[in-house]
Design a protein around this ligand. Structure first.
Ligand code: ATP
Length: 351
C-alpha cells in the first residue's frame, strides 16, 4: 500500500513541526510495511505578503489529488489573523466540507497536567467540533466604517443536516467508548441557533438508545473540565465553543504542544487534513524548540484514517513512553531543554 501525502507546513513553527514529523512517518512505514510519498506546498503568509493570496487558485484541485494533508499552522505577525485563517486553513476545511474537527486530548503522563491529583486514567477526551458552519461561516458586514455610528454584524448558521451529521459522528464514537456524549451548548442565553442545536442533538440521541446524552452550558463546561475532567469522554460542540475549550483541554494534558486534530468528512472523497491544535507560535519560530508531538500525534490520526491502526497506536504508545521517561528529551514547553529534533530522534528509537 502506498499513500500520497500533501505536506502543507504553512508558517512559523508549522514548518519545523511538519519537517520533524517526516522521520516518524518513515519509521512507521518501515515497521508496518507500507509506503508513502510526499509533496511539499509552501503556501501561507509568505505567499500572501508577496502575492496577496494565502493559497493559489489551483490549491484545492492540487490538494484533492492526495490521500491526506498534513498541515502545520498558518499565521504571521504581518498578516491579520482573520485573513491567514479564513483564507488559509479554514478555507480548506470549508472547500472539502470537513465537517468533523476531531480533537483528542489524552493525558500521557500525570506530570504534564497542571491539575492537582489528576492521573493519566482521568483524562482521555475526544472532542467533536462542528467545523463548517456555526459562528465561523464568514457572513456579516460593517456599516458606516470609521464613523461614530459604525455597526458590525456577524451571523451564525446552524442547519439541521449540519448538526445531525456531527452529532451522529459523536454518538457513533461514544458507542465504542464510555457510552456518553456531553453536548456543550448555550441554549439558556442564545435562543435561536443553540436551542435548535439542542433539539436536533436530542433527536439524534434517540437513534442511539445505549448512549447517554448530557447537556452542559459552555460556562459550566469550562469550570467542570478543570474540576472533574474524568467526567468527560466524548464531547460535542459547535465551532466556536470547540475552538475555545479545546485550548483548555490542551492545557489540561500538557499544553498546545500535545494536542493533535483531524479535519474529516467520511462521506466524500476529499483528503482529510491533519494538524496540531496550536498555531504558528511566532514567539518561538526559528528557535528549533517547538514541541513536535502535537503534529506527530496528528500523523497518528492520519494513520487511523488510512486504516493503519497499528501504526497509529504505535505513535501514541511511543509518545506515551517518551513523555513518561524522565531521562527522555523534552522541549521547553514540557519543562525540558531539548530541541525539536532531539525529541524526534528519540521517538523513532521507540518504534
Ligand atoms: P497563531 O497566530 O498562528 O495562532 P499564536 O502564537 O497566537 O499563533 P499558538 O501558536 O497557538 O498561538 O500558541 C500560543 C503559544 O503557545 C505560543 O506563543 C507558544 O509559546 C506556545 N506554543 C504553541 N505551540 C507550541 C509548540 N508546538 N511547542 C512549544 N510551544 C508552543
Amino acid at each position: 500500500m502506498e499513500y500520497d501525502i500533501a505536506l502543507l507546513p504553512g508558517d512559523g513553527i508549522g514548518n519545523e513541526v511538519v519537517e520533524a514529523t517526516i522521520p516518524v512517518l518513515d519509521a512507521a512505514s518501515e515497521k508496518f510495511g507500507f509506503e508513502f510519498q510526499t509533496t511539499w506546498y509552501d503556501w501561507g503568509s509568505q505567499r500572501y505578503l508577496q502575492k496577496g493570496e494565502m493559497l493559489p487558485d489551483t490549491a484545492y484541485d492540487q490538494l484533492a489529488e492526495h490521500d491526506a494533508i498534513l498541515h502545520g499552522a498558518m499565521g504571521h505577525p504581518d498578516v491579520p489573523d482573520h485573513i491567514s485563517s479564513t483564507e488559509g486553513h479554514i478555507s480548506i476545511r470549508r472547500e472539502f466540507d470537513h465537517y468533523i474537527n476531531l480533537r483528542p486530548a489524552i493525558l500521557f503522563d500525570s506530570s504534564l497536567t497542571p491539575l492537582k491529583g489528576v492521573e493519566t486514567e482521568d483524562v482521555n477526551i475526544v472532542w467533536y467540533r462542528e467545523n463548517t458552519e456555526g459562528e465561523y461561516i464568514d457572513v456579516g458586514g460593517r456599516l458606516n466604517r470609521g464613523g461614530s455610528t459604525e455597526i458590525a454584524l456577524q451571523s451564525s448558521i446552524y442547519t439541521k443536516e449540519g448538526i445531525r451529521r456531527i452529532a451522529k459522528s459523536a454518538f457513533r464514537d461514544a458507542k465504542t467508548r464510555s457510552k456518553k456524549v456531553t453536548n456543550v451548548t448555550k441554549s439558556n442565553a442564545l435562543s435561536h441557533g443553540p436551542v435548535f442545536w439542542d433539539e436536533v442533538v436530542e433527536e439524534v440521541s434517540e437513534e442511539f438508545p445505549d448512549v447517554r446524552l448530557e447537556n452542559m452550558y459552555v460556562d459550566a463546561a469550562n469550570m467542570h473540565l478543570v474540576q472533574r475532567p474524568e467526567d468527560f469522554d466524548v464531547v460535542l460542540s459547535s465551532n466556536l465553543f470547540g475552538d475555545i475549550l479545546t485550548d483548555l483541554t490542551a492545557a489540561i494534558v500538557g499544553g498546545l504542544g500535545m494536542t493533535p486534530s483531524a479535519n474529516l468528512n467520511p462521506n466524500n472523497d476529499y483528503p482529510g487534513m491533519f494538524e496540531p491544535v496550536h498555531g504558528s507560535a511566532p514567539d518561538i519560530a526559528g528557535d528549533g524548540i517547538a514541541n513536535p508531538l502535537a503534529t506527530v500525534l496528528s500523523s497518528g490520526l492520519m494513520f487511523d484514517d488510512f486504516g493503519q491502526s497499528s501504526a497509529a497506536a504505535a505513535i501514541r504508545e511511543g509518545v506515551e513512553a517518551q513523555v513518561s521517561d524522565e531521562t527522555a528529551p523534552k522541549t521547553p514547553d514540557l519543562g525540558g531543554s531539548a530541541k525539536t529534533r532531539d525529541v524526534v530522534d528519540d521517538l523513532v528509537t521507540r518504534f
